[in-house]
Design a protein around this ligand. Sequence first.
Ligand code: LMR
Length: 332
Amino acid sequence: MKRRAALSTMGALALAGHRAFAQQPIVIKFSHVVTDDTPKGKGALKFRELAEKYTGGRVKVEVYPNSTLYKDKEELDALQTGSVQMLAPSTAKFRPIGVPEFEAMDLPFVFNGEEGYYKTVQGPIGSGLLKRLEAKGITGLAYWDNGFHMVSANRPLLMPADFQGLKVRISGSKIADLYFRKLGALPQIMAFSEVYHALQTGVVDGCENTPSNYWTQKFHEVQKHITVSNHAHLQYAVITNSKFWNGLPADVRGQLTKAMAEATQYTNSIAKQENVDALEKIKASGKTTLHYLDPQQRTAWVAALKPVYHEAEARVGKQVVDDLLKSAGIVA
Ligand code: LMR
């Protein structure tokens, strides 16, 4: 009798344990390197809101912004080992995991405005690049926009010759390395979280980035001159660990796919305005001087950088460069 009672108590406990386990939410750690107050930061928070809503709380998303969890290179390692489940690195940072082809999108003056950018990522070039991640155990979920780069230093950068000897921070792309070298600068790869300090202390003289990143990292406070050059584009690939993603219950994966599609639409809808607003705030701060290229200066940049199109083939592959140039209508 006693034994039967003990057994049924054990059964009840096991059931309660099973229920508690069944109720544990699936946790998605989403790490990134910019502040919450940027297109990507806001996109990650929107994904959190929608993912938790659509899954009725079965999924909990923890967003870790501003390199609080991992820096650039570390976060890719963390995704592959399963320490985090989601990232949105700029496409300039995929070489360490063996997909340098993404860097083709860093080619200078290759997108004809935002329209040209969207045509590329939403077409076969964009989907083809995401597909390359699969062999690395990574699933590409979306592209998020963050507009065109500006470039800065403590001297005005108006003509190619102005770059001579300038130490410039780049985020990882061998294409950015190529175009800065073509201008006579000395590019250096450095994690995003280290840029402000490096500019402040003179470890590097200059950098490139979008207005929203300059504003939220305060780069404009340590750079006397910024050129709104729009010379290259910054975009992110939102990625997840394939083993994690494919192991999700199918209904949960469906709800997360829907949340990601809507978060993507939201992020892409605010990116342009976020950058317009950030540029206004940088201007109003009075801490730097903004420059815009006149047609003659722009023509000089385009001419100086043209050889990069051909030289890029050796760094990222001929096919992707050809496809991109063809899509842009550029004859190299
Ligand atoms: C950078 O390192 O400059 C950017 O990729 C940062 C970011 O994620 O926008």
